[in-house]
Ligand binder design. Sequence first.
Ligand code: SF4
Length: 312
Amino acid sequence: MNSPAAVPAITARPDRQRKPDWIRVKAPTSKGYGETRKLMRDLGLNTVCEEAACPNIGECWTKKHATVMILGDVCTRACAFCNVKTGMPRVVDRDEPEHVAQAAASLGLEHIVITSVDRDDLPDGGAGQFVKVIEALRRTTPGTTIEILTPDFRNKMRPAVEAIVAAGPDVYNHNLETVPRLYPTIRPGARYYASLRLLEEVKRHDPRIFTKSGIMLGLGEERLEVHQVMDDMRCADIDFLTMGQYLQPTPRHAKVQDFVTPEAFGAFGAIARAKGFLQVASSPLTRSSYHAGDDFRAMRTAREEKLARAGA
Ligand code: SF4
């Protein structure tokens, strides 16, 4: 299963920035899309769906699935793949936790994904705001399961993780984004092993919390480097791996090196499952929060079945 021959060749195309047919998505026009958009505007909430120019926005917002981006829309990092603005962020909005909870209630969400910009300017990196959002959600919509997708909390990781884990999210996601060799160009402000350690810390503090991480393919990574990332993630006991195609948000961002075929994504997914992840999502349009609720329920069932087998 692990042999390189198990994965079809990555397809390099002559015109690298032209999207292949399997990436094209319809423009968002539905009534549900408009309602989700209005609610986010009314509550003054940012979403990563818009800020990252996510190709799935039409589908997700039609189903009222939006990923809220807390702590403003200005990031203190400048990653080469990310469309979010870089600069000096504004003061933290104290009403944001209640507004997030109102949004979850209005949208009737069974599962919510909360992410944020990096806030290296804040003494706690923004961890306190994640805690307040989780608390507000537990008060207002106690039946909603909570998934958080956090930054790496550079130089303040341990206290940040401790505080957030104590607030009890159901899923803790932190993306590795790419293979370690590409960090200096793609994710220059971050360290691969620091990100892995963050996810290990979550499990060390509370093994009941599901951990999740993702990488983008098409940035120039080699197949065996992807396999190595999978092995590193399993060593850190990460439960859920997502893999999706990197898309260049603007000409200023890192170029797409390869459009990985759906078949190759399928083969990478099969390898990941064989390596023992509880849940794997691997397709060109996979994003961290794409189908997050359905995948959470499948992962929970997979864990219950695994525990039942272990106890049998
Ligand atoms: S995949 Fe995630 S970021 Fe993209 S539109 Fe759906 S919820 Fe938003």
